[in-house]
Design a binder for this molecule. Structure first.
Ligand code: ZN
Length: 256
């Protein structure tokens, strides 16, 4: 009897694999240019150009944000940060940290969003999907003092599906960014990096040790270290004076 039950379960898994797996596309990246069913979930850029995007998530420890940014800048490179929105609320950030984020925003590096809280977005209500994805725009604009469009989004845990994608489109996100290299072991990173790679790091000590080995090595190997926007050949960000206010735009988004 038990054997039959397990056979039945096995058959279910074979017939409906999606129901048992995280709804993350197997491979986007280059394919996004060629009728990919997940055109906005990107794991890598063009594989024929010697360029990579170094990215840093969460950003709980600003100290390592600063160190990484200064290091990559010293090699003439740029990187993309995906901070959790809640960390950047004006009342939580010191003047020195605010100035650091303003300097990053004004530099050749880029800021995207990792949503407002670090939650698994595919498990959230539709309202929370909208709120947590778009509220960071309110936060970053108030922190910087001008409108800095958060164009790309990296979902916490890489958790992404078609329903969430639809919500993201409502609030103007055009690109969900995943990654194809994820390790704090420098040798592992060196082994896996290739043209167009999107390399995932976090703002913490282990990643900082790794970055100190990886960034000089990438430069030596002739890799250009670019932002996600550059890797994907997106037009420059349009920064304006009109600060985004969630309370003003909320109704418009909810009615979409
Ligand atoms: Zn994260």
């Amino acid at each position: 009897m038990l054997k039959r039950f397990f056979l039945f379960l096995l058959m279910l898994c074979l017939l409906f694999p999606c129901a048992f797996a995280e709804a993350v596309p197997e491979s986007a990246g280059m394919d996004w240019q060629e009728n990919d069913p997940w055109p906005h979930a990107i794991r890598n850029g063009n594989r024929t150009q010697r360029r990579v995007a170094v990215t840093m998530d969460d950003c709980y420890e600003f100290e390592y944000v600063k160190k990484a940014w200064e290091l990559i800048s010293s090699y003439g490179g740029s990187m993309t940060f995906y901070p959790v929105g809640d960390l950047l609320k004006e009342d939580k950030v010191s003047q020195a940290d605010r100035e650091m984020w303003q300097a990053i925003a004004a530099s050749s590096s880029e800021i995207g969003t990792h949503t407002h809280h670090h939650k698994r977005m595919t498990k959230e209500t539709q309202f929370n999907q909208l709120l947590y994805s778009k509220y960071p725009q309110h936060v970053i604009d108030h922190l910087l003092g001008y409108h800095y469009p958060l164009r790309t989004l990296r979902p916490p845990f890489g958790s992404h599906d078609a329903a969430y994608q639809k919500q993201l489109e409502k609030v103007g996100y055009t690109h969900v960014i995943l990654w194809d290299v994820d390790s704090t072991d420098a040798d592992e990173v060196k082994k896996n990096v290739q043209n167009g790679s999107i390399i995932l790091f976090h703002a913490r000590k282990a990643d900082w040790y790794c970055l100190q080995k990886v960034i000089p090595w990438l430069a030596e190997q002739g890799y250009e270290m670019v932002t996600i926007s550059e890797l994907l050949n997106l037009p420059p960000l349009e920064k304006t004076e009109e600060i985004f206010d969630w309370s003003v735009r909320k109704t418009e988004y909810l009615n979409k």
